[in-house]
Design a protein around this ligand. Structure first.
Ligand code: ZN
Length: 191
């Protein structure tokens, strides 16, 4: 593991630079980099992941989708496996938001095991943030819809990692209470 520290620090610095100036959309507007750090931390310390390729991909997982980084750039700096995993978990931002959310459910069944691990940890981190620091404009119903959508994505990846799936289920149990007994539809906004 010690041998992998340089790679992980390089990935962390790259992600920090690429995401600099970006904020999470929670009410506290936390620095964006907190999120990829949380995802890598969940993988390592809750999922027991030690594969540096997976952990580096976790740190970089939003750089193609949300910054100017390209797959070629990641491949040059971090190798083809890291670049491929990040590409696998990236939405196509040229598509409408609703279509992207639908495609995440459809595609998550068919990505590599490494990409599924990153996506599982990503959904855990996002649900936690939806509980602890939701966007100021999100109603309880909107938050519930987000939980439902995340569950639909994770439902396509069952059997990937028992421990992380259990952590997801524990996090899902914190879904905001339903005030009217109705089940919300699938959320249609980007996380
Ligand atoms: Zn993410």
């Amino acid at each position: 593991m010690t041998d992998n520290v340089p790679l992980l620090l390089k990935a962390l610095e790259f992600a920090a630079i690429k995401h600099s100036g970006q904020r999470r959309k929670g009410a506290s507007a936390a620095p964006y980099i907190n999120h990829p750090i949380a995802v890598a931390n969940i993988l390592a310390n809750e999922g027991g992941a030690t594969d540096p390729v997976v952990l580096a991909a976790a740190l970089l997982h939003d750089t193609i989708e949300d910054t100017g980084a390209t797959r070629e750039e990641l491949e040059r700096l971090f190798g083809p496996d890291v670049a491929r995993i990040v590409a696998e978990v990236s939405d196509d931002k040229s598509l409408p938001k609703e279509e992207r959310k639908r495609l995440q459910i459809e595609h998550s069944a068919h990505i590599s095991r490494e990409a599924k691990l990153v996506k599982l940890a990503d959904k855990i981190a996002n649900l936690r943030e939806t509980v602890t620091d939701p966007p100021a404009t999100w109603s309880a119903e909107r938050r519930r819809e987000y939980f439902e959508w995340a569950k639909a994505v994770v439902g396509q990846m069952r059997g990937t990692h028992e421990g992380l799936e259990r952590v997801f289920d524990e996090t899902y149990a914190r879904k905001p209470a339903d005030s009217n007994g109705e089940s919300p539809g699938v959320g249609m906004e980007k996380e």
